[in-house]
Design a protein around this ligand. Structure first.
Ligand code: ARG
Length: 458
């Protein structure tokens, strides 16, 4: 019998029951529901609904139930309870009889589910923060090992200016630093307890909600009961954080897929994160990275889905809100998996330095250097840009790099060019010149690595 069966004279249609029940996914809130129930039993003890002995008996039974859940979490799904809240209550009644029926006094599944999900989100944020930091560490350590690996940097997927593999790693580490701070922000905002808001108008028992919040590890109780049971901002925020970070991971994956392609051959991925083709024996496919890129889609979908679900919902609780769980469970699981997989990919990556260097030398990645060289000789940049454009055109015609043109040839473009142009066009000089904060100058990169290592405690 459902928790609410008294008002009904007909049983629910089985098809409706299947449609309505949420146990098959909200069983993941079992621990939070039990912990929340223990705290609630203490709250109603404080207003005399339970005696000390009754509360102790309930708490003991709930503690036992928690151990059972932890020993066999799958067992929950076998029950035909409507949702995790009904399941916990049924189990409790099974253990302590009628006393179990007192626990729901003054509480609603509306404030209960809001509390459970917030508690779950808080635990999940802790796991995600750790994973985000582990990926930052992997990026920074990979950067440290590859400070001398010069490669082309791209704009429009055209070779633009030389960079180092280290500098590329640090770019992604910066994105993850922001992802980390977004999670911290979200964590701070979700740190209020809805428990004691009742169905929507508040609980009719004069409990101390701030104290109750403290028992559950929240910093305070929410301020408005209507908002408390209707608010899913924490779900939206975490989905947004996941969506943004997955975009970062997807771009990371795409860059590496390209670097690993036969066309660039800048890196070799480990056998541990690649797979073969059933038909073409020569293939080594970057599946781990393609899946990271591919899984980005479902996380964006979860965010859009939840925004649409909440849009236009009248206050307060509506059953639509049950749709919050599958999306966030899947999105956060996916994000966590992808973060861990990215660490594994970096763990076995090999940068092919000679090939990277060769590519950096081609594609006129030092054209800006020639323009800067002319600027140093007193030619305005816009004019220098034009002169270099003509030099590049000529070099392309001759199938040569800029530094392969003779001095006489270069001087045809501008007489100010002299022998000292050649060192200025070297890759090393291109890197060293970019010495302002954040640039690819090797000393800048080394200091960025040091700063990141100190921040990460490695
Ligand atoms: N399973 C429900 C959910 O996840 C629990 C809350 C039910 N509340 C209600 N008024 N029917 O949203």
């Amino acid at each position: 019998m459902a928790l609410w069966g008294g008002r009904f004279s007909q049983a629910a249609d089985q098809r409706f029951k299947l449609f309505n029940d949420s146990l098959r996914f909200d069983y993941r809130l079992a621990k939070q529901d039990i912990i929340g129930s223990v705290a609630w039993s203490k709250a109603i003890l404080s207003v005399g609904v339970l005696s000390v002995e009754e509360q102790q008996q309930l708490e003991k039974a709930l503690d036992e139930l928690l151990l059972e859940v932890q020993a066999d979490p799958e067992a929950i799904a076998a029950s035909d309870a409507e949702d995790i809240h009904s399941w916990v209550e049924q189990k409790l009644i099974g253990k302590v009889g009628d006393l179990g029926k007192k626990l729901h006094t003054g509480r609603s599944r509306n404030d209960q589910v809001a509390t459970d999900l917030k508690l779950w989100c808080k635990t999940e944020v802790a796991l995600l923060l750790q994973a985000v930091r582990e990926l930052q560490q992997a990026l920074v350590l990979t950067a440290e090992k590859n400070q001398d690996a010069v490669m082309p940097g791209y704009t429009h997927l055209q070779r633009a200016q030389p960079i180092t593999f280290a500098h590329w790693c640090l770019a992604y580490s910066e994105m993850l630093v922001r992802d980390e701070s977004r999670l911290q922000d979200a964590l701070q905002r979700m740190d209020t307890s809805p428990l004691g808001s009742g169905a929507l108008a508040g609980t009719a028992y004069a409990i101390d909600r701030d104290q109750l919040a403290g028992w559950l590890g929240f910093s305070a109780a929410t301020r408005n009961s209507l908002d408390s049971v209707s608010d899913r901002d924490h779900v939206l925020e975490l989905l947004s954080d996941a969506a943004i970070s997955m975009v970062h991971l997807s771009r990371f994956a795409e860059d590496l897929i390209f670097f690993n392609s036969g066309e660039s051959s800048f890196v070799e991925l480990s056998d541990r994160v690649t797979s073969g083709s059933s038909l073409m024996p020569q293939k080594k496919n970057p599946d781990a990275l393609e899946l990271i890129r591919g899984k980005c889609g479902r996380v964006q979908g979860a965010l859009s889905g939840m925004l649409m679900t909440l849009k236009g919902l009248p206050l307060a609780y509506n059953k639509d809100m049950q749709e919050d769980k599958e999306g966030i469970f899947d999105a956060l699981d996916t994000w966590l998996d992808c973060l861990n997989m990215a660490v594994l990919v970096l763990d076995g990556i090999q940068v092919k330095r000679p090939r990277c260097q060769e590519a950096a030398q081609q594609g006129y990645a030092n054209a800006t250097e020639l323009a800067d060289y002319l600027v140093a000789k007193g030619i305005p940049f816009r004019e220098a840009h034009h002169i270099v454009g003509s030099a590049v055109l000529e070099a392309i015609k001759q199938g040569k790099a800029l530094e392969e043109l003779s001095l006489a040839q270069l001087q045809q473009f501008n007489p100010a060019i002299s022998e000292d142009v050649y060192p200025a066009l070297s890759l090393q000089s291109c890197l060293e010149k970019r010495c302002a904060k954040g640039g690819v100058n090797p000393a800048q990169v080394a200091s960025a690595i040091q700063t990141a290592k100190i921040r990460l405690g490695i």
